[in-house]
Structures are given as C-alpha cells and as structure tokens.
Design a protein around this ligand. Structure first.
Ligand code: C5P
Length: 291
C-alpha cells in the first residue's frame, strides 16, 4: 500500500509501480476506432519504478521531477497526464501536485512501465487530494489514458486482458515459475508502429505473441537475438507486448540470474548493449542485472 510521509508538514504519498510481461498476446481484429481487439495474459513482475506525489505548496502548476533511466517523456508523461485527467474529471479546484518519478523499468520496451506509472499516479493523486473515484469510473479513465493502464489500475497479479485493454479479468498466476530473465536490447519500438506493421502482414503467426513478426520485421536484430538466447539457454523466449524486451521463465529468480550470468560470460559481444535483468514476481528490484 501507499506509504505516506510528512516532509515539511506536507504529506507525500509514494509507491512502486511494477512492470508486466505478456505471456500471450492475440490480435483478434482491427476496430473502427483504429485500435486492435486483443486477448492477452498479463503477468505483473518484480521490477518497479519509484513514484511519489505531494501537494506543491509553492507552485501554480503540476510539476514532474524525473530521475533514473533517461528517455522518459517530460511534458507528455503519463503520470502527469493522469493528474490532469483526474483534475478535469473532478471539475473542482484541486491544488497543484509535485510528482517525482525514478525510472528503473526500461522505457518503450514492452514492459508497461509508463502505463504502470500512470495507474499509480492516479491512485496517489487521489490520496493526496483526499478524493476518490468509483472503481468503474477509475477504470474508464484508466482506459482513456492508455490501453495497458486498466490492468495496472486493477492491481491484479495476473489477468486476462481483452478489448482494447479495458476489460481486465484477474486470474490466478498461470505459471508455476517464479523467476524471469529479461533481455531488453538497445532498440526503441513504438507500439503504434508495430500495430501498423501488423496490419500489413498477411499471415498470422502461431507464436504466443502475434505481434512478434511485426516487431521482428521492423527491427532486424530481434530475430537473431531471440535465436541466440534460445540456443544459449535452451529455453523458450517470448517477446513482451510490442517489444523489444524478450523474456524466459525460470523455476526461480536464482536460476534466472545464473542463466543471465552465463549469457554475458559466453556472449559478451552480442549482448554488450542489452540490459539483462533477473526478477521474480514480487520483489521491487531485480535480483541480478547487467550491466
Ligand atoms: O493505448 P496506447 O496509447 O498504449 O496505444 C498506443 C498505440 O498502439 C495506439 O495508438 C495504437 O496505434 C496501438 N494500439 C492498438 N490497439 C490496442 C492498443 C494499442 O492498435 N489495443
């Protein structure tokens, strides 16, 4: 739950927005609004950002302080958009907020970090103002902020996610493995570009993630990377979301970390620009990471 601390008399609410991976992702069709009808199994993982929200006593507008990984948007950051959307929804004069975001989840990587920040900002902003939307109103606003936001707003450990992303059905965690090895290559893939490429491809894949051929055709280094990972680890690797992060499930985070270490020792040249992290499903930080 949120921690609330008092700094100079002003309460600060803070939490750790978690990342996700997609265990499956089916694209069922294109909708009239241009979005795609999806069916996906989302799994929350133990890799988090740090987000805090407090009343900005000496400011006339909301502010965002970013630290950690570079590359997160400042002006159109989903955490700030969440605050603005809520203020608009309540339609009353709610004071400016100071949002502080320490990025640890790789950005534009298919791990849902920005969407998770957004869902957490919605919750912390309401706590700060002492207001509360009804659950269905909150989910509806979450869906308008981004397709992955309702899953994070639901707080489920795992869920079947359908529609554009707005239909979230919590399910028991559908895997017995508790460790994951994540490999994020130094490639940015825009979700919109991957879906647009998907629309131009004729054949559906039998891959667990139907966006894989689109992502692999936009970024030529992805398929050889996946082959290398499968060859070296003798595990099945999947792409999360619209990529480019690839992941494999391990019985434990310790085994995932061992596999990661072996990878960077055996193939240093192929992986030198990738971020590799061994995580479990609940801890806030990776057990092992490279570099
Ligand atoms: O909703 P979000 O802003 O995350 O979506 C980013 C882009 O991904 C959309 O503009 C759209 O092109 C594509 N998308 C889609 N169908 C979905 C989710 C996203 O086509 N269900």
């Amino acid at each position: 739950m949120d921690r609330s601390t008092e700094a100079f008399g002003l309460p600060t609410f803070e939490d750790r927005p978690a990342a996700k991976v997609n265990l499956t992702l089916e694209v069922l069709g294109r909708r009239p609004d241009g979005f795609h009808e999806l069916r996906s199994v989302f799994l929350r993982i133990g890799l988090t950002d740090r987000l805090s929200v407090s009343l900005a006593a000496d400011s006339r507008e909301d502010s965002l302080h970013l630290s950690g990984l570079a590359g997160s948007p400042t002006r159109d950051n989903l955490a700030l958009l969440a605050v603005a959307a809520l203020r608009h929804r309540f339609g009353i004069d709610l004071p400016p907020l100071a949002v502080s975001l320490d990025k640890r989840i790789p950005i534009a990587a298919g791990l849902g970090g920005g969407s998770s920040d957004c869902a957490t900002a919605m919750r912390l902003a309401q706590a700060c103002w002492g207001v509360k939307l009804a659950v269905d109103e909150e989910m509806e606003l979450a869906a308008r902020l981004g397709s992955d936001v309702p899953f994070f707003a639901s707080d489920a450990a795992a869920a079947r996610v359908e529609g554009r992303g707005e239909t979230v059905t919590p399910i028991p965690v559908p895997v017995s493995e508790t460790g994951l090895l994540l490999v994020t290559p130094p490639v940015k893939l825009s979700t919109a570009a991957v879906f647009a490429r998907f629309d131009t491809l004729d054949e559906l894949t039998d891959d667990a993630n139907q966006l894989w051929p689109a992502a692999a055709s936009l970024e030529a280094s992805l398929a050889p990377l996946r082959e290398l990972l499968e060859l070296e680890t003798r595990m099945q690797w999947l792409m999360s979301g619209s990529g480019p992060t690839l992941f494999a499930l391990y019985p434990s985070v310790e085994l995932a970390a061992e596999a990661g270490l072996a990878l960077v020792e055996d193939r240093p040249a192929d992986l030198k620009e990738a971020v590799i992290q061994a995580v479990d499903l609940v801890r806030p930080d990776p057990t092992w990471r490279y570099p």
